[in-house]
Design a protein around this ligand. Sequence first.
Ligand code: G3H
Ligand code: 13P
Ligand code: ZN
Length: 338
Amino acid sequence: MLVAMRPVLDFARENGFGVPALNVNNLEQILSIMDAAKHVDSPVIFQMSRGARKYAKDRFLRGLMQSAVEEYPEVPIVMHLDHGNSPVTCESAINAGFTSVMMDGSLLPDGKTPADFHYNIAVTTHVVWMARQKGVSVEGELGCLGHLKKGAGDKEDGHGAEGNLTRSQMLTDPDQAEEFVKSTGVDALAVAIGTSHGAYKFDEPPTEDVLAISRIEEIHRRIPDVHLVMHGASSVPQELRELINQYGGNLKPAWGVPLAEIQRAIKSGVTKINVDTDNRLAMTGAIRQLFATKPELFDPREYLSPAREAMQKVCEDRMTGFGSAGWGSKLAKKLKNS
Ligand code: G3H
Ligand code: 13P
Ligand code: ZN
């Protein structure tokens, strides 16, 4: 069933787990996630960036979501817009059938210039007003993603602030979070705590000075009813990086967000955890390995099938690690009866 995000996150909070929000751009990624969800019995949050919508087109994405609903009727599915850059983008997603949208007003519509607090409140309030009329959930963002010591977002970011950022720009302020949520009425709030998108988040295993989980705890104390969202939450498994490099890739050493830190964040109010990079690494590793070891192959199904399996494994690991495994059918039952 295709559902809004709010009831899924409310159920996650009631039962003490987090839901991975997984980026998709094509059929193979959607199938990998659905097979993982079915296998471990997890609800699914699919999210599509503006890049994904341009790559796959709204009509195809909507059709694929509808097909997923029909093929896996027992799995609750959310179709979420990732990093909407303006009310117009969010409106087009709502009209295209998305059941949840993110209005990322932490940046201006160019996706790279940090926006001021009042601009963010104004655009997000407008999107909440539009979304409410269609029963669509809304995620806002306050604070800019970036490395707390380097004072910058990573250039690999699909979305991210350019230029130098101050520490206060990169750490969501609890007072502002309270005012933002009261003014806008968002269902979920993405917070900045030192993570970045992409593979290069940290140069070494992160400690509290670069990954401020305690900031999540402070914010949650102030706005306990709002779902907190962790962006840039890929763990960047070393074995996937090594597999890619073993078969001709060239990825620099990098560290992501350890599972234990995500689990701590879930205990402190995070219910939605965004993961894209880990799945990209998994698919790329499998394809590189196959191309290198079986150069005679040229049927896309022969390399896309192992890529799907590798991504499915990552998704199952995240669903299990964040605790959403085992809850899909219980949530489906609850939603059917409500
Ligand atoms: O927010 C970042 C996600 O990983 C999506 O990235 O804009 O390259 O699709 P993308
Ligand atoms: P990663 O790059 O860490 O997977 O983060 C994805 C994300 O936050 C999408 O919004
Ligand atoms: Zn993000």
